[in-house]
Every structure is written in structure tokens, then in C-alpha cells.
Design a protein around this ligand. Structure first.
Ligand code: TRP
Length: 335
């Protein structure tokens, strides 16, 4: 039997190269061999953007455009909008009894985000429990595999714990998922910080125009000791090379370039021009498809509606099974 994939993104802005390297490319590659569900997590976006609902709705469309533009094919993959599947919220409610507050507070990604967002003492309860809602997303579709970047691995670990607990208490209904982490599992930002993110302002978006991409690459951080062309340069920890590792399809060419850079004789400007070239080749067709698709918003809405409907039927079945297992099928009691 084909294995099931589920993964998703918060619609807090258009998607960037970090999303592409971390998960989008894997989805496109595996969608023909796996039953693939891709979730636009608008409820999760509300956990830290409760006061910006219009923005989230707008970004649902942006993310859908990005999905289709990179090659997620709605004929084989099912794109679902989280808020269109209320059964996910129901399952989240059941799962909340299977996790402790202390465990939620230990989730390293949530801890990082809390620090970065500067909530101070004012952490929305929904934010602290979003890993539980993510566990509901994954298990409602009985996903075996979750393609994600490194930062999401703690979410899958927490999901596995919830699944084990659920299955032990109520009977083996839910599937234990595995994270599928790519070779370059965390793309740094253009400023060299460890993660590319909208909120850090260090992202290259899939929809960025060529001039913007060029500008962002030219400002990228390289090896500060590599001041003159003839100086030997450091490849490890050099952001430009990390991007080339992620996106340059010419692997032997890249190895040669690394050797030449290490030996001295390759300037940073030439190196950056090579990366710009690689990114243009990657992004030009994506950008063109995106512009094309954006002309017909009705079509996007139809894809989202159909996908959400199909996905909802699957989630509904799982939740019905969970309810029976939990002795919550009150209709059977009163019948
Ligand atoms: N937390 C993910 C992100 O920030 C989005 C997400 C929501 C997700 N539900 C998911 C990812 C289920 C994988 C599986 O991008």
C-alpha cells in the first residue's frame, strides 16, 4: 500500500527558499509515489496572529499560489485549508488530555519561538499548545511521513508521544509518523543567522523579482577573512556555499568551485554571481507559473475547496474512529 505524506505551512507570508529546501522540494518529488496531503495551517497562524485575520486569509492564497507554482500538482496531491476541517480542532481537544503543560513548555522549537517573538509573560495558550494541534493535523490523515526542516522535528517527536499514549489507552488506531528531513535541513538566512524567516527579515521569497534576489545575494554574509581574491576562503559555514549545496544542480562543478575557493583565487563577487545564476534558474519558472496562476483566483479557490472537501472526508473517518475508541459515540448509547 502507498504510504501517506502530510505536511504544511503557516500562512503568515509568501513562502521562501527555506521552505523550498526544507520541505517543498521533497513534496513535489514524492507526490507521485505517496498519497500526499498539504495543509495550509491558518488556525496555527492565528496562534500568534490572532489580531490579523485578514492578513492570514490573504496569505492562504499566497501560499496556495506558491504550492502550485513549485509544482505541487492538485491532480495528485490534496491541498487542504486547516480551518475548513473542524474535525482537526476536535481531535486537538482530545489530544490535549494526553500531554502535560510541562512537556509543552519543554518543546525546544516553541521555546525558541517564544523567545524570538518576545511574548514575555504573555504567551497565548493556543500558541503553547500548537504542537498538539499539529499532532492532530498529522494523525487525522494517518500520515506515515512528514517532510519538514529540522526546526519541525520536535513537533513530530511530540506527535509520536501522543500517538503512543492514545493507542495504549484507547486501542491502536493512530499511525506513528516519521519526520523526513532533507540533506540541507535548515537553510540559514541571508544574514548568516541560523534560520531563514520572515520575522527575521532575512528571507529570499520564491516570488521575489530577479533584481531583488540579486540584491539580497550581493549583501550576503561570506567569509570575513576572505578580503582579497587571492586569499584562501572558508567553505564551511559560508552562507553562499550552503545555498549552493542546497540548490546548485551541478554537483561536480560545485566541488571544483569549493576547491578553488579554499585554495584562493575565487572572489566573493564571482562566487555570488554564480549563486545568483543558480537561483535565477530555479526561480524563473516558479515565478512565471505563479504570475500565470495569479490571473485566475477562481481556479485557486476551486482547488482549495475541492482539496479541503476530499481531505475532510479522511479526517472525519479518523475522528469517528477515535470517538468510538474513546467511548464518545453517544449516539450508540442513546440508540
Ligand atoms: N508548524 C509548521 C510551520 O510552522 C506548519 C504545520 C502545521 C505543519 N501543521 C503541520 C507542518 C503538520 C507539518 C505537519 O511551518
Amino acid at each position: 500500500m502507498r504510504q501517506t505524506i502530510l505536511t504544511g505551512d503557516r500562512p503568515t507570508g509568501p513562502l521562501h527558499l527555506g521552505h523550498y529546501a526544507g520541505s517543498l522540494a521533497t513534496r513535489v518529488e514524492l507526490q507521485h509515489s505517496h498519497a500526499t496531503y498539504v495543509l495550509i495551517a491558518d488556525l496555527q497562524a492565528l496562534t500568534d496572529h490572532a489580531d490579523r485575520p485578514e492578513e492570514i486569509r490573504h496569505n492562504v492564497m499566497e501560499v496556495a499560489l506558491d504550492y502550485l507554482a513549485v509544482g505541487i500538482d492538485p491532480a495528485v496531491s490534496t491541498i487542504v485549508v486547516q480551518s475548513g476541517i473542524p474535525e482537526l480542532a476536535e481531535l486537538t481537544g482530545y489530544f490535549l488530555n494526553l500531554v502535560t503543560v510541562a512537556r509543552l513548555e519543554r518543546n525546544p522549537t516553541v521555546k525558541d519561538e517564544i523567545r524570538q517573538k518576545g511574548f514575555g509573560g504573555e504567551i497565548p495558550a493556543g500558541f503553547l499548545v500548537y504542537p498538539v494541534s499539529q499532532a492532530a493535523d498529522i494523525t487525522a490523515f494517518k500520515a506515515h511521513l512528514v517532510p519538514v526542516g529540522t526546526d519541525q522535528v520536535p513537533m513530530i517527536e511530540q506527535t509520536v508521544e501522543i500517538v503512543r499514549r492514545f493507542n495504549r489507552i484507547y486501542g491502536s488506531i493512530l499511525v506513528e509518523p516519521k519526520a523526513l528531513v532533507p540533506r540541507i535541513s535548515r537553510l540559514p538566512g541571508t544574514d548568516g543567522r541560523s534560520k531563514m524567516s520572515k520575522s527575521l527579515g532575512n528571507a529570499i521569497y520564491l516570488s521575489d523579482l530577479p533584481d531583488v534576489v540579486t540584491d539580497k545575494v550581493m549583501r550576503m554574509y561570506t567569509d570575513p577573512r576572505h578580503a582579497r581574491v587571492e586569499d584562501p576562503g572558508e567553505v564551511e559555514g559560508n552562507v553562499v556555499f550552503t545555498y549552493l549545496d542546497a540548490f546548485d544542480p551541478d554537483r561536480p562543478g560545485l566541488e571544483t568551485l569549493k576547491q578553488r575557493y579554499r585554495a584562493g583565487g575565487v572572489g566573493d563577487v564571482a562566487l555570488k554571481h554564480h549563486l545568483i545564476d543558480v537561483l535565477h534558474r530555479l526561480l524563473a519558472p516558479i515565478r512565471a507559473r505563479r504570475q500565470d496562476l495569479a490571473r485566475d483566483p477562481e481556479q485557486i479557490l476551486r482547488i482549495l475547496r475541492e482539496g479541503t472537501e476530499r481531505g475532510r472526508a479522511v479526517a472525519r473517518d479518523t475522528v469517528a474512529e477515535a470517538r468510538r475508541a474513546m467511548h464518545l459515540d453517544y449516539q450508540a448509547i442513546i440508540a
